[in-house]
Design a binder for this molecule. Sequence first.
Ligand code: ATP
Ligand code: LTN
Length: 327
Amino acid sequence: MARVFSGVQPTGNLHLGNYLGALTQFVELQEENECIYCVVDMHSITVPQDPKLLKEHIKDIAALYLAVGVDPKKSIVFAQSDVSGHAELGWILMCNAYTGELSRMTQFKQKAQGKESAPAGLFSYPVLMAADILLYDTDIVPVGNDQKQHIELTRDLAIRVNGKYGEDTFVVPDGRFLKEGARIMALDDPTSKMSKSAPNELSRISLLDDASKIKKAIMKSTTDSEGVIRFDIKEKPGVSNLLNIYSALSGKSVEDLVKSYEGQGYGNLKKDLVEVVVNAIAPIQERYNQIRQTQELVDILNDGAERANAIAEKTMARVKDHFGLGL
Ligand code: ATP
Ligand code: LTN
């Protein structure tokens, strides 16, 4: 059985991009692998967070994991800060990462853009991510395409350390990415990805949005003035994004959708998409509401942390031994 690890930041509710890009893979993978799904709360404090809200968001994300179908009997679900090995291994990796390679990370460049100074945590964010992954001897990391560069860095760090401290120090992981074109874009600006932290609420559809918000966001979404429904990411990013979302949630191929909307305007496509989205997320919301406020959720996270810690401790003992740390 392969070991799978992935994480999501508790920085807001999950949106369709997170769901289609990451969570659907989480659920698929748990059938045949040993899966560990983490709420990466320590990553989220690389930008300021309200402490009270952060605590709630950790449970929100955990409840959403379960609501989309992550099964705590099959997979480990826990909060990153409950396992101290992440920070510990993060430091060890930091001593083997170069400032040059970290300053080339596009996520860092984007988040620090225009600022005179940025928190060192934002700069070393990818190293903590590498620690998350390497701590569990992970084979496969299911993530969206935007994380490719961070996965490459994780592999580079593992290979570098193995070369210096012994080939059995780390398992070198592989990313599992969505196929190109399946990236979900912002509804108000289809040239940038749908994101939790974009200021415009109508740029995304959260998994917890009600029908009227979903309708508003889709009906107002940016398209183009050609008035022809066809798939062309370069020329028609808005319409292509709507077709992508429609296809992913309905199981119909983009080609079939394009055929069935031949001769129709964007209004019909948008109207039908509202229904598809509302129907797809209704059962997720129902399960979320059932579990979010329960002791069961807390128990699942505590049990997950215990199981994760048992694996992490073994890795830390091995890594410290290879580095000559401790007695
Ligand atoms: P933020 O906007 O705060 O950076 P985010 O919305 O990008 O957050 P993350 O927590 O960084 O979300 O990502 C969780 C997972 O969802 C990652 O695997 C990421 O690659 C994937 N993901 C995020 N946005 C999209 C998107 N628009 N399309 C497909 N996958 C996505
Ligand atoms: N950087 C990721 C979140 C993340 C992650 C991880 C994903 C942190 N640690 C480990 C996979 C494995 C993001 O922004 N989506």
